[in-house]
Design a protein around this ligand. Structure first.
Ligand SMILES: Cc1ncc(COP(=O)(O)O)c(C=O)c1O
Length: 460
């Protein structure tokens, strides 16, 4: 090993500890890595050790690192129109909005428009504005276990109090409703016998004014929207029962509560469809997206909303704005992503790959009682780590496995490898796997081999 490169990393870590804020998530990990290169499904450190990445920047890099077609689109835009104030128009913005809106119109049969922003939480903020503007209501429903970002408004509809704790009083904090998490059923039903009892308790709120959400004399609900993750992402890649959202939407429609579908992490074919909500047979009123829209290149996010919500008569000029929204490097890359999707067959390949991966995960689960549940929708996969009883959450075990992966000392054919894993879940005991949509069978086999090695080391 080259001592010069090691000492450079050591020196950088020393500087980081002194000058970088620790307010982000870097210091969640025990082992801090400095990466210098990325390609396909791998990150590389300065010594050239490959780290097989099963989180791909929290599902922002769905199409693999250094995807040539997408990188070329960005480079081309740098050489033509790299910067443009967002008060002026450029073709890529218009074409990208057209592609997203026409795709949604074809799939869901509703007309709508697109508004761009930069990060996910900012798009969530725009969605909240659209809801407030249209309904005149400040209050929102959201799910326990849900995550919508860390700006103040996005935090107010994100379940964890930990994210609000230091930032004062949140008067418009959402009302949090239990998510249909079958493995840890909120109503304590055991086994695979979901009778949607959590949904029934939500529906009960509308039966009497004394349950506090609706004036039953005129059916006017105090809440403007329900913010939904179609597969709960940070919450641990939880897949709801097939008919849950359809039934939920019936209640929301009855009381004119908008259905806001947050696809920031599950969009762009993570689950085998462009939008994860397509699996659940409902028509959302607003869709929020970000992350993989640009494959993690120049950030761009956005919302699509029905014409009556986002049309110019309702949402006029200047209702929202940010300097870098609809930046041309982002829109050009986003357009390239949509074109790449059109030319690919992810609707076939992603479910196939997901089924292969899940089969292997099930085999692993059968071997290790500490794996409580594995599940997948497309290539959004979950491994819930437990004690030997297969149920009690085991956060220590998942943390240990993650840190072993980050050390880059797992072995394959005599070579060192690292493994990049993300942990989510209500008890921080769930590996939320979001591999590249191009992952091959050999790469999935290697992923499992490295994961099992790390698990065995952690169990010693
Ligand atoms: C479902 C969901 N919504 C919103 C966000 C916030 O997006 P950003 O981190 O880009 O602000 C995230 C980020 O992980 C997310 O997963």
């Amino acid at each position: 090993m080259n001592t010069k490169t090691i000492s450079l990393d050591e020196e950088l870590l020393k500087v980081e500890s002194q000058y970088c804020s620790w307010g982000d998530t870097v210091h969640y990990a025990k082992h801090l890595n400095i990466f210098t290169n990325a390609d396909g499904i791998y990150l590389y450190d300065r010594q050239g050790t490959p780290y097989l990445d099963l989180q791909m920047w929290y599902s922002a890099v769905n199409f693999g690192y250094k995807n040539k077609r997408l990188n070329d689109a960005l480079k081309k835009q740098i050489d033509t129109l790299p910067q443009l104030a967002c008060q002026y128009l450029h073709e890529e913005k218009i074409r990208l909005a057209e592609k997203i809106a026409t795709d949604i119109e074809k799939k869901f049969g509703v007309k709508g428009r697109v508004h761009f922003n930069i990060g996910g939480a900012q798009a969530v903020e725009d969605a909240i504005k659209v809801v407030r503007n249209h309904t005149g209501k400040n209050l929102m429903f959201a799910f326990m276990g849900g995550y919508h970002g860390r700006t103040l408004a996005a935090t107010s509809i994100t379940s964890s109090y930990r994210y609000r704790e230091h930032f004062g009083h949140f008067s418009d904090r959402a009302s949090f409703i239990p998510y249909p998490y079958q493995f840890r059923c909120p109503a304590d039903r055991k086994g695979a016998c979901c009778d949607l009892s959590c949904l029934k308790s939500f529906q009960k709120l509308f039966e009497s004014e004394y349950y506090s959400v609706v004036n039953t004399k005129n059916n006017n609900c105090e809440f403007g929207a329900f913010f939904v993750e179609p597969v709960q992402a940070t919450g641990g890649y939880i897949i709801p029962p097939k008919n849950y959202f359809k039934e939920l939407k019936k209640t929301l429609d009855q009381y004119h509560v908008l259905f806001v579908d947050d696809e920031i992490q599950m969009g762009f074919f993570r689950t085998g469809t462009l939008w994860a909500i397509e699996h659940f047979d409902v028509v959302p009123d607003i869709i929020v997206f970000g992350k993989a829209l640009t494959n993690g290149l120049n950030p761009l996010s956005g919302i699509w909303a029905k014409e009556e919500l986002l049309g110019p008569k309702t949402f006029g000029p200047g209702m929202t704005h940010s300097t870098f929204s609809s930046n041309p490097l982002g829109t050009a890359t986003g357009l390239a992503v949509m074109n790449l999707i059109e030319d690919s067959d992810f609707q076939t390949s992603v479910p196939q790959k997901g089924a292969y991966f899940l089969k292997k995960l099930n085999a692993l689960k059968n071997k290790y009682p500490c794996i409580g549940e594995v599940a997948a929708l497309g290539l959004a996969l979950r491994i819930e780590m437990c004690q030997k009883d297969g149920f009690t959450p085991n956060r220590t075990l998942s943390d240990t496995i993650m840190n072993i992966g980050l050390k880059g000392q797992l072995k394959h054919k005599g070579k060192n490898y690292g493994l990049i894993l993300d942990i989510g879940g209500y008890y921080k005991n769930v590996f939320t796997l979001a591999p590249s949509l191009y992952i091959s069978e050999e790469e999935m086999d290697l992923s499992l081999e490295l994961f099992e090695q790390a698990l065995q080391q952690a169990l010693v």
